[in-house]
Ligand binder design. Structure first.
Ligand SMILES: Cc1cc2nc3c(=O)[nH]c(=O)nc-3n(C[C@H](O)[C@H](O)[C@H](O)COP(=O)(O)OP(=O)(O)OC[C@H]3O[C@@H](n4cnc5c(N)ncnc54)[C@H](O)[C@@H]3O)c2cc1C
Length: 350
């Protein structure tokens, strides 16, 4: 239990976004999460291999992938990822590795909101001039308390389960017989794979279709994990609160890659906040600069959101034609290195 009530900065959420901010900060910083770090995984943990390398947590990598298959009813399209290989990693090792690089006070406490400038939790109230909401899609500080954010639309839902299936590539499945308005995936993680379904329209009753999919793969079901994730960028600041990661709608539409943006925008936010804590930048200037950084990406997010709409509603055959063209020369080298390099960060921990 943290004895103090006043800090220089408070970060709510100790997953990708919150830890990326935390590792950049110096001073008296309180990091709050309702769970111990790394204990509740909600993601398949697939990301470019350079990400854990850049963050000094490469030992968390479980498997490296230089190929991705997109399976559709009419064809399978293979993407060569060798230029920017992907990996799957161990969530606990990755997040605990980031925590070890941070000089923050971690407190396990469920946050209930913000009142008169104080962050309220089950363990009391805490204050700080700098407050960051990195609490995932719920955005416990930045979203309205009496209305779930998913009611506004712009959220997908994913459910997945560990299986014993082994493979040497990532697989995405775009097939309405498997998942009506969304996609399926098989992400190998060394011994076994995570198999899941995602609904682009936020349908959360995915247990029955996932069980049928697993049945078709011959994979017995075990435990499930899943949650909502955003597919629409939201405001990066609300009043004087910084929002990072899924709390700010920064998960990429279509590909549902949310780890890299959470880490990237978290890193940029942390870098700015460090200068605030060192007295070199005002809080207002940091709020404006963070908004400017995030807004530079709005057009790219809008393009991916358009592509997600096509994947959801256009005939799969047409989508597959475009996806096949994008997977070959001359188009592949035009977009893949840029997509794969998005969010490059290299700053050392504070
Ligand atoms: C099934 C599934 C598979 C996915 N697979 C991938 C993938 O392979 N690759 C990829 O890039 N993205 C993937 N995503 C998306 C990715 O998981 C998210 O975009 C990413 O986790 C966002 O990170 P975050 O730090 O913003 O939020 P989160 O990872 O959701 O972390 C939020 C943190 O806040 C804490 N918290 C929440 N509420 C409170 C509260 N009231 N009080 C205290 N603490 C609180 C939580 O305990 C958690 O630690 C997947 C999503 C799902 C659902």
């Amino acid at each position: 239990m943290a004895a103090r009530r006043e800090y220089d900065a408070i970060i709510v959420g100790a997953s990708f976004a919150g830890l990326a901010v935390a590792r950049r900060l110096t001073g008296d910083v309180l990091l709050l999460d309702r769970h111990e770090v790394g204990t509740v995984q909600t993601s398949a943990c697939g990301t470019p291999l350079w990400v854990p390398r850049a963050l000094g947590v490469e030992s968390s990598v479980l498997q490296v992938h230089d190929r991705l298959d997109l399976r559709t009813p009419s064809r399978t399209i293979t993407y060569d990822l060798r230029e920017i290989p992907f990996c799957t990693f161990d969530y606990r090792a990755f997040t605990q590795g980031l925590l070890a690089q941070s000089r923050v006070v971690f407190l396990r406490a469920a946050v209930t909101g913000i009142e008169d400038g104080a962050v309220t939790t089950a363990s009391g109230r805490f204050t700080a001039p700098v407050v960051v909401d990195a609490s995932g899609w719920r955005g416990v500080l930045v979203h309205e308390r009496d209305r779930p954010p998913t009611e506004r639309g712009g959220y997908s839902f994913g459910l997945e389960t560990p299986t014993s299936l082994e493979d040497d590539k990532l697989t995405l499945i775009l097939d309405r017989r498997v998942m009506r308005r969304g996609l399926g995936w098989i992400f190998p993680v060394g011994r076994g794979s995570l198999v899941g379904l995602g609904s682009y329209v936020g349908a959360s009753k995915l247990g029955p279709p996932l069980r049928s999919f697993l049945g078709a793969l011959g994979a017995p079901t075990a435990s499930y994990h899943g949650t909502f994730f955003p597919s629409r960028m939201l405001r990066p600041t609300v009043g004087r609160i910084f929002a990072v990661g899924d709390a700010a709608g920064q998960c990429l539409p279509l590909t549902a890659e949310g780890i890299r943006p959470a880490l990237y925008f978290g890193d940029r936010c942390g870098e700015l906040l460090r200068t605030v804590l060192e007295g070199r930048l005002t809080l207002d200037a940091a709020l404006a600069e963070y908004t400017r950084i995030v807004n530079r990406y709005r057009r790219a997010y809008a393009v991916l959101r358009g592509a997600q709409w096509l994947a959801t509603y256009a005939p799969t055959r047409c989508f597959a034609l475009v996806a096949a063209a994008l997977g070959k020369r001359p188009l592949l080298p035009c977009w893949w290195p840029r997509y794969g390099a998005f969010g490059r960060f290299g700053g050392a921990a504070a």
